[in-house]
Design a protein around this ligand. Structure first.
Ligand code: SF4
Length: 172
């Protein structure tokens, strides 16, 4: 897998989401903070097994793709930035030594996925329920739902194709 040599680090939340209207920016950070905390608490209570193999973040190897809404990608960008250089899509550029280096910002799909056979079905149920909430939240914030591969969102920000990518241009 090709790993970018550098990854943008947010200079600060205000800079990272500067393209969004201030109220929207604050609501995005606040609402997703709450939503993810609730989700993480549900998952922690269920205690699924994770072998920390990092396999699930190596998309080509594992044979799946990570999808995310645009609002989730904006939240991620506001807290973690995005790769400074072009990157391959066969694995997540935030995977280092089999560990996620963006846990605080990672999207729903990362949080609900476990290869634990006993988890089967629960991940889907959580995805469906929380995606509904994210859809409602996105509508309230005036952010297009735009559910597509997560790395495409990051690439759009990096390349400037997504106008909201302006939100992180100040990151350098
Ligand atoms: S953000 Fe973290 S958990 Fe999600 S795919 Fe990337 S490395 Fe894995």
């Amino acid at each position: 897998m090709s790993v970018p040599t550098s990854i943008h680090e947010p200079a600060g939340q205000a800079d990272a989401v500067s393209a969004l209207e201030a109220g929207t920016r604050e609501a995005l950070l606040r609402e997703f903070g709450t939503l993810y905390a609730e989700l993480d608490a549900e998952i922690a209570a269920a205690n699924p097994l994770c072998r920390t193999s990092g396999d699930c973040c190596q998309f080509a190897k594992y044979g799946h793709r990570l999808y995310a809404t645009r609002a989730e990608a904006l939240y991620f960008a506001s807290r973690r930035g995005w790769p400074a250089e072009a990157f391959e899509k066969d694995a997540c550029p935030y995977l280092r030594d089999n560990r996620c280096t963006a846990r605080h910002a990672r999207p729903l799909g990362c949080r609900v996925f476990f290869c634990d056979p006993a988890w089967k079905g629960r991940g889907e149920e959580l995805t469906e329920r929380y995606l509904k909430r994210i859809g409602i939240l996105s509508e309230r914030l005036g952010i297009d739902r735009e559910y597509r591969p997560f790395l495409e969102h990051l690439e759009s920000f990096r390349s400037g194709q997504d106008p909201a990518g302006d939100l992180g241009r100040s990151l350098g």
